[in-house]
Structure formats: C-alpha cells, structure tokens
Design a protein around this ligand. Structure first.
Ligand code: GUN
Ligand code: FE
Length: 450
C-alpha cells in the first residue's frame, strides 16, 4: 500500500456542494474527496468519470470508500453560532412574551433547575443529540451559571462528538436570587470551568484542534456588574479564549443597559470598554445597531450571530444583515433555542431569508449568501475559517451526507431534478430525516435517538 493510501481514513465518491465565496456555491459532481487519519481533507479530485474512480483510489482499502448515489450529496456541516442548551427544556413555549419578561417568567426559573447536575445531563443529552441530528457540527453553547452542570454539558458533547464552544454563564446583578452569583464566585467558577476543559484537552494530547473550547459568557451587560465584566475580559486574555454574549436584541434591553452603564457611549461600547469586544467575540442578535456600533464591531473584528427565528419569535425585530454583509462584518447564523423554537440551521437559514426579504425585498440576501452564512460565515465568527466551513485541502472534514430520497423524506424528487434542484429542495424543504450521516473531524458521529 502506498504511504498516501495508508494515511487515508475515508474516501467519498459523488457530489460535493460548498461555498467558495459569499457569492458562489460550487457543485462538484463526480468528485473524490480523501480524508486523512487526522480528519483533515487530504485531496479533492474533480470530475472523475464513474468508470475511472476506482483507478484513482491508489490502493485505498474498499471498506474506507463511501459511494454516493444520485440522490445523495455531501455538504459542510452547519455552524450554529448561538444556542442555549438548558432552554431545550421549554423549547416551543412562551413566545408571546417580550425578552425581559420572557427571561423573568420562563428562562430564569427553568435555568435555576440546572443546579441539579443530573437533571442537566438529561436535558443536555437531548439538546446535543438534536443539534447534531440537525447537521450542526459546530455550536456555540450557553449553559447556565452552574459549574457542575456546565461540566456535564462538556461531557455530553465529548461523548456525542460535536465541535463546540461551551460557556458557563455569568450573572451577578439584575437576576433573581435563585439564579445569581457573587462577583467572586462567578470569576472563580469561570476560571475553574476553563481549567477543567483545558485539562481534558491536555490529557487527550490532540494533534488537531481540540473539539471543545471554553468561552467567556457574560449573559448580557444587564446581568453583569462593571467589576465582573472587567474580570471576565481579563480571563479572556489570560486564557486566550473567545467571548460570547447578547447585544442590541430588544429596545427595552438597550434602554436598561444604557441606564446601567452611563459612561459607555452605547451598548456595543459597554463590551468594548470592558475588554470583551475582540476578534474572538461573538455577539448574538445585533438587531438595533447604530452605524457607529456596527463599525466598532468591524474595527474590533468581532462577529455577529444572526438569530432571525428568535428575533421573530420573541418579537425583537429585523436585523439588517445585508448591511453587515456588505461591510464585510463576520456574520453567522444562530438558532438561539429557546428564543428560537428550532435547533435546525436549515430553519435559521429560512428565517434569515424571510427576515431579509421583509426588511428589503430589492436587496435581500440570496441563497448562496445564506448558505455561506450557515457554513463559512459561522466558521469565521468562531475564528475557525482555517479549520472548517468548506471543502478545502488541509481543512478538517465536518460534513453532512444528505439523502434527498431518505425514508420519510419531507421533500420529493422527480426525474427532472438535477443535483442543483435537489440541493435547493433540501435547503427549503429538507430536515433531519435527510441528514443520513454527520461527520465531525472526519469521524462519523453516531446519531442518537431523540
Ligand atoms: N438575553 C439575555 N439572555 C438571553 C437569553 O437567554 N435569550 C435571548 N434570546 N436573549 C437573552
Ligand atoms: Fe440567546
């Protein structure tokens, strides 16, 4: 066996579809994609005729070869740049309540239950399984303030094999007594959580990027004092880790934030003033942003998680993603369960399109742009654009094997369909029943029942 063949763990032959730029989706029919034993894409060959691909396999054993049929194609795994794991417990409930009341009446009482780590494990097992089934190979998770429960989320993610950023949430003000930390305990538990994840990663001795990364997670400026935000900014620098939070989601939230931080120019500046707005920051929503705030995000290299489903659901508003994209801000899609009722990035894609059309039909986001946001855009927001997002030699293979003719498929295929129309049908009609296999870092993820 050649040394190339022995370094290969899997080869796919069939159609690959991915974004090569925000304007362009590339269709690769009759492609051969080789994945190496580290889970990286080792080689891609385009337009290899059906009667010739065997010859191109160069000694690779047969059991490593995945042959796709004409109803199947492989796309990059989806990136969910904003999602709350504990909120799966009440996903689908309470959508007629605006943000701040929704937090008080639904979210905070539910999240308080995560003091119990075994309850957390039950909810988190479902949450991660559902996310993976929906084809999310990378996710930015909010947990709760609870250290043990957040460790449980990391364990569940490690067991199920998703790539993830996981944040222990920080809350030390404007929160109910049953869901509030002191500044000291919030910082100490955050440090303990980061060290816990780092120790797991060190023990595994990765020769690729670790799959799970801790992320600094102040819930939003309202729930953190200036002291706490400052300490969290220092931890982000000390450990060189990303930051996630909520920003300019709802008008009442913005007014309240301004009253709490009168020394900052605006809401976005609150994070900037506390060392929390960097190229590693992911800000969810950004619905009501002034031009100066978008520019500040751009200047700092921070990314936006566009959560259209949530923004409709709890009536926050319509984010101007066209403007963000045109100024080359980093933008990804987020499901924001349970502000959003669906953990599927396909639904986020559809909602993002509806939002964009509702704002301005003439210059609404086009399908290639939205698919880019769901994959490469999310990777950019996570600062993982050199690692995932599309099929480029050297990147890691995170992917979905889609079967448009799967059992109980919600979409119908006919003789007139081409691979392009099948792909488009999947984007608009498909769901997890079409996600036949999901791969993270080259390994097939066992899709648990949910
Ligand atoms: N702002 C602060 N916390 C939350 C949350 O849990 N969900 C949403 N959508 N917005 C928030
Ligand atoms: Fe959120």
């Amino acid at each position: 066996m050649s040394s190339f063949a022995s370094s290969i763990s899997k080869v796919f032959y069939g159609t690959f579809i991915h974004s090569v730029s925000i304007k362009e989706i590339e269709y690769v029919p009759n492609g051969l994609l080789f994945v190496d034993t580290h889970g990286r894409i080792a080689k891609i060959a385009r337009n290899v005729p059906k009667d010739q691909f065997q010859g191109a396999l160069d000694g690779v054993e047969e059991y490593k070869v995945v042959l796709l049929n004409d109803d199947q194609f492989v796309i990059p795994g989806f990136v969910d740049s904003h999602i709350h794991a504990p909120q799966f417990a009440y996903c689908g409930n309470g959508h007629d309540i605006p943000l701040l009341d929704w937090l008080d009446t639904l979210t905070f009482p539910h999240e308080a239950k995560f003091k119990d780590a075994s309850y957390a494990r039950r909810v988190y097992t479902k949450a991660v399984a559902r996310s993976l089934r929906n084809g999310t190979t990378s996710a930015c998770w909010f947990a709760t303030i609870h250290l043990d429960a957040t460790k449980e989320l990391v364990k569940v993610i490690e067991e199920q094999g998703q790539r993830a950023y996981v944040g222990k949430v920080n809350m030390n003000q404007n929160s109910p007594d049953f869901l509030k930390e002191t500044t000291q305990s919030s910082v100490a538990d955050t440090r303990a959580f980061i060290e816990y994840v780092n120790a797991i990663n060190d023990a595994q001795g990765f020769d690729t990027k670790p799959l799970v990364t801790p992320i600094i997670t102040p819930r939003f400026a309202i729930s953190c004092t200036s002291d706490l935000l400052t300490e969290l900014g220092k931890l982000a620098v000390e450990f060189d880790i990303p930051v996630q939070s909520h920003l300019c989601e709802n008008l009442k939230e913005i007014e309240f934030t301004k009253s709490l931080f009168p020394n900052s120019t605006d809401y976005t500046s609150v994070y900037a003033d506390h060392g929390l707005l960097t190229h590693r920051s992911i800000m969810a929503h950004c619905v009501h942003m002034k031009d100066e705030e978008l520019q500040l995000m751009k200047d700092r290299g921070a990314g936006v998680s566009h959560c259209a489903s949530s923004n409709f659901n709890i009536k926050s508003g319509l984010a101007n993603v066209r403007k963000m994209v045109d100024m080359d801000l980093k933008v990804g899609l987020g499901t924001d369960v349970a502000g959003g009722f669906s953990s599927s990035i396909l639904d986020a894609f559809r909602m993002a399109r509806t939002c964009s059309i509702a704002r301005s039909p003439a210059d609404s986001l086009l399908v290639p742009e939205l698919f880019y946001l769901a994959t490469v855009g999310g990777a950019r927001v996570m600062e993982l654009e050199d690692t995932i997002g599309n099929f480029v030699v050297g990147k890691e293979f995170d992917a979905i094997l889609v079967n448009t003719a799967a059992k109980h498929s919600p979409l119908d295929v006919f003789e007139h369909d081409t691979i392009c129309t099948k792909f488009e049908k999947y984007l608009f009609v498909g769901d997890d029943r079409n996600n036949e296999k999901v791969y993270v870092q080259g390994k097939e993820v066992r899709l648990p029942d949910v």
